[in-house]
Ligand binder design. Sequence first.
Ligand code: ATP
Length: 213
Amino acid sequence: MNPLGLFGGTFDPIHYGHLRTAFELREALRLEELRFLPTGNPPHRDQTSASAEMRLAMVRAAVADQPGFTVDDREVRRTGLSYSVDTLTELRAEHPERSLCLLLGMDAFLGLPNWHRWTDILELAHVVVAHRPGWKAPTQGPLGEAMVDRGTGSVRELRELKAGRIYVHAVTQLEISSTELRQLIASGRNPRYLVPDSVCALLQDTGCYARRQ
Ligand code: ATP
């Protein structure tokens, strides 16, 4: 059965760093489907960031013309606290026999031990880690140990087993960050060529992230 790729994030906004990473991982893992899962509205969120609906709309616009890229809005629709482990539990129930591959940037992977029930996440899915500029793979601590126990260099294993492996893959480094994009737009500059044109159009139409006068 073809593995299902899962790419979660706040996508506030989605940019070419996310999209190119997803594209290269989809090719490397030969994924038929790669699903983007924008998070719901996290508590204590910075007031200047976009609503969950706007972030979802930008993700939909960004992937609309790419076959194999899909969008799953379950976290946006969920009310109350939303944890990745809950999403993965639901997806596992929907796809009992399928390999699930959770795609993470190295920065997100390094924070994994702070996630709710993080060791359960590794029982529910594989974790595929994309290198990001300036971040090193862990060699010590709980993640270093997990890398020793669960690390693999085999795409075949990711396809044949349903969960439990950690796979690190180098992707083209595009040092674009959502935080810097929000600042760039707030200062009146144009985000063109950092985000798809369809996202640019949405940002222009809505005035999202623009500093209110
Ligand atoms: P911020 O800049 O506000 O921290 P972010 O883009 O890092 O935002 P998310 O949108 O939550 O945050 O990121 C979703 C996923 O995409 C994470 O796994 C993150 O590591 C990865 N990611 C983000 N930016 C890049 C990039 N430029 N290249 C590769 N992966 C990225």
